[in-house]
Design a protein around this ligand. Sequence first.
Ligand code: FES
Length: 165
Amino acid sequence: MTDLEAITRRAIDDWVDEPGALLPILHAIQDQLGYIPPSSVPRIARALNMTRADVHGVMSFYHEFRSEPAGRHVLQICGAEACQARGCRELEAHTQQRLGVGYHQTTLDGDITLEQVYCLGNCATGPSVRLDDRIIGRVTPQRMDRLLDDIATVPLTIQPAGGEG
Ligand code: FES
């Protein structure tokens, strides 16, 4: 049994007898893997006596569920009302153009997954974004460029310099 299968099996076993089991199962799998593998969907559907379309329907309704692994960084732009009033539409158009991806897509180099979210709890200082675990307010298109430049220029892992001392 692969890790994916084992994680899916455990999530199902933990929740299958609970009412409304689908969401906790999906969360349990995504918490561990970062996404819901396509091969998990028929297993979940069978266990809950649902169709695959039912499971896919719930996954696409709740945008936080991914059906493929995220990039090295996840960039979320808030599209809720307060951020709309502060210019998030311009910000999202600028960001999508700069990255060459739409929402829920990952840049070709695997660096950044772009997602839309509805409220990051930072409404007073919108437009707000979350970059990995960091919530950032007052993000103009220019500031977004700087954030993206920083991601591109900071090495993700620092390699130790050659072994000689
Ligand atoms: S509306 Fe954007 S953070 Fe709340």
